[in-house]
Structures are given as structure tokens and as C-alpha cells.
Design a protein around this ligand. Structure first.
Ligand SMILES: Nc1ncnc2c1ncn2[C@@H]1O[C@H](COP(=O)(O)OP(=O)(O)OP(=O)(O)O)[C@@H](O)[C@H]1O
Ligand SMILES: [Mg+2]
Length: 289
């Protein structure tokens, strides 16, 4: 028998757990490819994110994580089921939603100041007011000396800081992040995780953060959703009852953190293995004459 005390499900927290901000209810999403093959990415997928809650989604590669985010943005529509944001069915792309992608999504031809000011200007703010607001946000992410730099003159970590400023300046009520830090080295990554938590704690946004990295998920989240190998359903939901504010580089050495990692990995490992077996079987089938 294990000597470890297993983490218990947490009761509703002061952040989140109340009214839902994002709901996917019994959603199925299929794709038809050019050769008329049907792929079911999500099946009977149900997930709720409370207002102000930080939710992480982990699951094997190709299982349907990005598809889930696309349904919330309105970029994709469900074949079956319902997707609601702030109680309303998703219809089109909402300005209340901020999205940070895995790849850089900065405008390469604009300097940092104009990249960060882009959102407010797009919404009709004057150039002067947008620049003033952008300067504040650039300072908040520690880049005040780099306002005139272009994206190619910045490091990967600095570009992510610009992306966070560019997103948070719009005061999003819903924030979706798709493996935003996966291309960064581990030190920069933990700094960015802390930066994100600090911005989030001031912003009152409801977050879905997709990652392959279970430790990243536990360090950041109020709740971790584990998805099954594709077609994705929610296999399990864990409440992460670790105190805030968190320093992500340190929290991973806490005994409770290690308990969570062990417990959730037991669930995730099975799905990663299944996904690997599916990929191997598909490759063998594809190579048969
Ligand atoms: N536009 C599309 N057309 C056809 N199939 C698609 C499309 N988008 C996604 N898929 C398929 O749906 C499944 C889920 O894809 P999705 O991108 O959501 O996975 P993921 O979990 O984000 O993967 P990763 O961790 O590698 O980013 C995959 O089998 C993928 O091939
Ligand atoms: Mg993806």
C-alpha cells in the first residue's frame, strides 16, 4: 500500500466553481477529410469552466485539445451538443475571447508598441490612447526598453511576453491558451508561467490552458481535465488544491504537488499508450499493400 496520502477532491474554491463561464455539453465534432474519411475528434465531450477559474486540459497528441478551443472561439461548430460562453450559445467570434497560440502570432512588420496597441485600435481607440495603454502593458511584462523593437529582434520568451500583453490589454473575459510556452526553454517557461498567473490573478478571466506537460498543468490550474485518446472525452477532472499565489518553479517540490502528479499521470499514461498504439496500427494499415 502506498504511504502517500492521496489528494482529496477540493470543495468549491473562492475562484471559480460558481457560475459557468464556458460550457461544452455532450459535444461531438467530426471532420471529413478530402478523401471522404470521417474523423471524430470529440465525442460526448462535456466540460465546464467556472467564472474566474483556471482550467488546464491535458491529453495525448492529436486527441482533440485544439478542436475544443476552436469550438469555444466559434471558429468551429459542433456537429452535436451545445457550446455556451457566459451562458449564451457560441455564435461567431466574440471580442471577449483572447487566444494565445503555440506559434508566434505577432505582426512581424510592426514593432512591439504597435503589436500591443493593435487590439484597442481595432476596437476604435485613438492611436494616441492605444499607445498610452500599450506602454503600460509593455512595462507590466518587463519590456519597456523594447517598445521600438520588431519581433525578429526579440528572444522567444520576449515574444511570448508581447503576446501576453497583446492579449491582456483587451481585458478578455475568456482566455484560451494552446500550448503557449512549449517552444521555450524550461527556465523561461517557468518565468512565463509565473507571469501568466500574475496577470490572470488581476484580470478576472476564465482560462482554458492546453498543454502536453502535466507538471505545467498542475502548477497553474484550479482544475485539470484529462482527456482520453481520440476521439476525446473527458476521462477525469482533478481539483488542484494548492495555495495561491504560486511560484511555479518551487511548487513542484511540494509533497502535495508530487502526489497530484503521480495520481494524474496514472490516468494520463493509459491514454498516451492507447494513442501511441492507435498511431502504430494506423501506420501499419497504411503500409499494407
Ligand atoms: N480541419 C481538420 N480537418 C480534418 N481533421 C482535423 C482537422 N482539425 C483536426 N483534425 C483531426 O482531429 C483530431 C484532433 O485534432 P486536434 O488538433 O484537436 O488535436 P490536439 O489534441 O490539439 O493535438 P496536439 O496535441 O498534437 O496539438 C486529429 O485526429 C486531427 O487530425
Ligand atoms: Mg493542438
Amino acid at each position: 500500500m502506498s504511504m502517500l496520502s492521496e489528494p482529496k477532491p477540493a470543495p468549491d474554491r473562492s475562484r471559480g466553481g460558481g457560475e459557468p463561464a464556458i460550457e461544452l455539453i455532450d459535444v461531438t465534432r467530426r471532420f471529413v477529410t478530402a478523401d471522404a474519411k470521417v474523423t471524430t475528434a470529440l465525442r460526448n465531450f462535456t466540460m465546464t469552466v467556472g467564472k474566474g477559474e483556471f482550467t488546464c486540459v491535458v491529453g495525448p497528441t492529436g486527441c482533440g485539445k485544439s478542436t475544443t478551443l476552436n469550438l469555444v472561439t466559434g471558429l468551429a461548430r459542433p456537429n452535436e451538443g451545445t457550446v455556451r460562453v457566459m451562458g449564451r450559445p457560441v455564435a461567431g467570434i466574440s471580442p471577449d475571447i483572447g487566444f494565445v497560440f503555440q506559434a508566434d502570432a505577432l505582426f512581424p512588420w510592426r514593432n512591439v508598441l504597435d503589436n500591443v496597441a493593435a487590439g484597442p485600435m481595432f476596437r476604435g481607440m485613438s492611436r494616441k490612447a492605444a499607445h498610452e495603454k500599450a506602454r503600460d502593458w509593455i512595462a507590466r511584462v518587463g519590456l519597456h526598453r523594447f517598445e521600438q523593437h520588431y519581433p525578429h529582434q526579440l528572444s522567444g520568451g520576449m515574444r511570448k511576453r508581447v503576446a501576453l500583453a497583446q492579449t491582456f490589454i483587451n481585458n478578455p473575459k475568456i482566455l484560451l491558451l494552446d500550448e503557449p510556452f512549449s517552444a521555450l526553454d524550461i527556465q523561461t517557461r517557468t518565468l512565463m508561467q509565473d507571469e501568466l498567473l500574475s496577470l490572470w490573478s488581476d484580470a478576472d478571466a476564465s482560462v482554458i490552458f492546453v498543454t502536453h506537460d502535466l507538471e505545467e498543468a498542475i502548477a497553474l490550474a484550479d482544475k485539470v481535465h484529462v482527456l482520453t485518446a481520440g476521439p476525446a472525452t473527458v476521462k477525469a477532472v482533478y481539483d488542484i488544491n494548492l495555495p495561491r499565489p504560486r511560484v511555479t518553479a518551487d511548487i513542484r517540490y511540494e509533497p502535495a504537488f508530487v502526489d497530484y502528479a503521480r495520481l494524474i499521470w496514472n490516468d494520463l499514461r493509459e491514454e498516451v499508450q492507447k494513442s501511441h498504439n492507435q498511431a502504430t496500427a494506423a501506420a501499419v494499415q497504411g503500409s499494407e499493400p
